[in-house]
Design a protein around this ligand. Structure first.
Ligand SMILES: Nc1ncnc2c1ncn2[C@@H]1O[C@H](COP(=O)(O)OP(=O)(O)OP(=O)(O)O)[C@@H](O)[C@H]1O
Length: 453
């Protein structure tokens, strides 16, 4: 990390609240239709971005982080109006982008640039690097080729390339050099904002570090605001001043980078933070493992979208669950709701273990035990009343009445996490998060917020 980027981090933290944001995103939504059949009948909606708010201030880097499918790239294209958003407003330097006339839109295209993940596909192989880098100048009306050439030769050394490399073709450059050239092309119109979508994830680790250092240097030199989209927590920690964490179309937590890493306030953030490799020998014990992937944005879970995977999902009010037990029961319930409990393969498993002769000979009790084992549910929950409900639900499942099991679990084990979508609210850490654990009456003293230094 260079000295001046540290300076800008200090500056950005100190003066945030009284500054006017360069980019201000409010209630941004991007939806796509789910279509079916030759007539492309609309049968559903993909909620790729579902009402997000954030600001990017001058000279700062905001990291937008989340797993694949969280909606990060869609957020970028929607906020830049590369694709018109379904709803919401985006203000740039105080003006609403959606209300720009043609001239204003063109000026905005100059002031806000995007850099993509794969430097190979972002260059035309038939054009020299210099021609590609200078292309935005032509598009924006600079007809004088000598002038374009002079500007290109000036900018290439600033991204660590030589002026002579202007005459090379993309295939003659390494991946890192191509990403440097992509940065030169993005910077050539002297923008105020760069939106970088996974700018280093296609590069070798050693090259990644060089490009991240270059980004910090360029940010200070050009007084840029950066929106850095990545799934890599190491990358945001390295370069971002603040971080917004996205999950299934929503921002679940947003705060200054170090605060968010040291004191994550959303279980999703905590899981991402705890997954960062660390030399700490104790860290393994504290690792929060997330099962499965981000669910389908066409049918997001009810309530908190993270509840089907959340290690801290709040237990139902009337039962006294151990947290791990409750998570396991919830995993079974999620599978029941999705009609995903595979009894045939569980029967096969019992036979393979030589506990029954044939699949038909597997008893209901054996099948219930196999389900418990599959979902890591102990034989006998710590709360006897909860055990009674679970046993009945397991009986329903093995007798083939999955919807009865679903209704039983729903009526007995309903929790706020699957009923209500949490709103963003302030937390003890000083930055907001959207999690019911921060609702005062839901706060669970026992939930152990892991900090990773
Ligand atoms: N043009 C589109 N049409 C339909 N669905 C889309 C479209 N673009 C994105 N999606 C869907 O929107 C959701 C969010 O995708 P998006 O690419 O924005 O996520 P991401 O966080 O950037 O993930 P990745 O890192 O894999 O690109 C996904 O479910 C994706 O399939």
């Amino acid at each position: 990390m260079t000295d001046h980027s540290e300076d800008s981090k200090m500056k950005s933290k100190a003066s945030r609240s009284d500054e006017k944001a360069l980019l201000s995103v409010r209630g941004l939504k991007q939806q796509y239709p789910v279509t079916e059949g030759p007539l492309r009948r609309e049968v559903g909606t993909i909620h790729a971005v579902d009402g997000i708010n954030f600001d990017v201030y001058r000279g700062e880097t905001l990291g937008l982080i989340g797993e694949s499918g969280s909606g990060k790239s869609t957020a970028a294209t929607a906020l830049l109006h590369l694709e018109d958003p379904t709803a919401g407003t985006v203000r740039f330097d105080g003006d609403e982008i959606g209300e720009y006339d043609r001239t204003e839109r063109k000026a905005f295209r100059r002031r806000a640039q995007m850099v993509f993940q794969d430097p190979t596909t972002s260059f035309d192989p038939r054009m020299t690097v210099g021609e590609s880098v200078a292309e935005p100048l032509s598009i924006h009306g600079m007809t004088d080729a000598d002038r374009r050439r002079a500007i290109t030769e000036d900018i290439l050394p600033r991204v660590g390339l030589s002026a002579e490399q202007a005459d090379r073709y993309p295939h003659e450059l390494s991946g890192g050099q191509k990403q440097r050239a992509a940065l030169a092309r993005a910077l050539i119109l002297n923008p105020d904002l760069l939106v970088l979508d996974e700018p280093v994830s296609a590069l070798d680790v050693s090259v990644q570090a060089e490009i991240l250092t270059l980004l910090s240097d360029l940010q200070a030199e050009f007084d840029l605001s950066l929106l850095l989209i990545t799934h890599d927590m190491g990358v945001v920690r390295e370069v971002a001043d603040r971080v917004a964490v996205m999950y299934l179309g929503e921002i679940v937590e947003c705060g200054p980078t170090e605060d968010l890493f040291r004191n994550p306030q959303h279980p999703y953030t905590q899981a991402l933070v705890s997954a960062i490799p660390t030399p700490d020998p104790d860290a393994k014990k504290r690792r929060v493992t997330l099962r499965g992937d981000v669910p389908d944005a066409a049918s997001p879970p009810s309530g908190c979208r993270f509840h089907p995977r959340c290690p801290a999902v709040i237990p139902p009010e009337n039962y006294d669950f151990e947290q791990d037990e409750w998570r396991s029961v919830m995993d079974l319930w999620v599978a029941v709701s999705d009609d995903d409990v595979d009894l045939d393969s569980l029967r096969t498993l019992v036979v393979a273990r030589e506990e029954a002769e044939t699949a038909d000979a597997v008893s209901a009790a054996q099948l219930q035990s196999a389900i418990r084992e599959e979902y890591a549910i102990p034989e006998g929950l710590s709360d006897e009343d909860a055990e009674t409900v679970l046993s009945s639900a397991l009986s329903d499942i093995v007798s083939g009445d999955v919807s009865e099991a679903d209704e039983r679990l729903q009526s007995e084990f309903s929790t706020i996490c699957e009923r209500e979508n949490p709103q963003e609210q302030s937390t003890d850490a000083g930055h907001p998060a959207a999690c019911h654990l921060h609702d005062s009456e839901e706060a669970d003293e026992e939930w152990n917020w892991v900090s990773v230094d």
